[in-house]
Write a new protein. Structure first.
Length: 259
């Protein structure tokens, strides 16, 4: 339930969302903006970011989470425009499948870079200002792949397991500093990434799109895709003033797939 206290709290916050140009990131940005927070979305595609920022009424900054220098520039620009970043949502990521025996070092490094090292770079950039302010929220959009294994996505799963380990360690390290660190772990979600996965299954197997989708959602006991807005609502809840004791958690949004 939204209250005037919530609104007052969120109006004091500057939330930065990586991978904010589409999918889960865009849904999170919209939900935080609706609560009254100042929001900056970050991504690599200037055209898409600009259009989405205009649609949502938020700011944007171009950066690649795998490039620490570009992250520093983008975050500095965002802070200069809208104040110190008090909420960081590490959402940028990439999910690609490949059999382990056919995986080369470049593919492995790519998956680890965007899904794990990117979280490190972004978090490292905001931690000093959050410590100075004695408060902050860091929310890492992980995946059920951070909590269990899936065949053919070993690099992605390894990276997301790393995100969860980082989340838990930082939560302990900053438990007395007013900074909470949590992971949100969606199952297969109705985004472009899943659409692309279905396209690949169809191309590789000759199955219909309905059959490919059924194969993806069979792991979800509810038999459906998660909607981006469902993930966004959990992020908003974690950002509330009243959620200050929730830290180090991995919150599954997967219809009961992970318990």
């Amino acid at each position: 339930m939204n209250t005037s206290t919530d609104t007052g709290w969120f109006k004091l916050q500057h939330a930065l969302v990586t991978g904010g140009g589409s999918g889960i990131g865009a849904a999170i940005a919209a939900a935080l903006a609706a609560q009254g927070a100042r929001v900056t979305i970050v991504g690599r595609n200037e055209q898409r970011l600009s259009a989405r920022a205009k649609e949502l009424g938020v700011a944007h900054a171009v950066a690649d989470v795998c490039d620490p220098d570009s992250i520093t520039r983008a975050f500095d620009r965002a802070s200069a425009q809208q104040g110190s970043i008090s909420i960081l949502v590490n959402n940028a990521g990439s999910a690609e499948a490949r059999p382990f025996a056919k995986m080369d070092a470049a593919f492995w490094n790519q998956m680890i870079g965007v899904n794990l090292s990117g979280v490190y770079h972004c978090t490292r950039t905001v931690i000093a200002p959050m410590l100075a302010a004695r408060g902050g929220r860091i929310i890492n959009i992980a995946s059920t792949a951070a909590q269990k294994g899936y065949a053919y996505v070993s690099a992605y799963s390894a990276a997301k397991h790393g995100v969860l380990g980082l989340t838990r360690s930082l939560a302990l390290e900053y438990a007395t500093k007013g900074i909470t660190v949590n992971a949100v772990c969606p199952g297969y979600t109705n985004t472009d990434i899943v659409t692309q996965s279905i396209d690949k299954i169809v191309a590789a197997t000759g199955r219909s799109r309905d059959e490919a989708l059924a194969d993806l959602v069979k792991s979800n006991p509810q038999g459906r895709l998660i909607e981006p807005g469902e993930v966004a609502e959990v992020v908003v809840w974690l950002c509330r003033q009243e959620s200050s004791s929730i830290t180090g958690q991995a919150i599954s949004i997967a219809g009961g797939e992970v318990m």
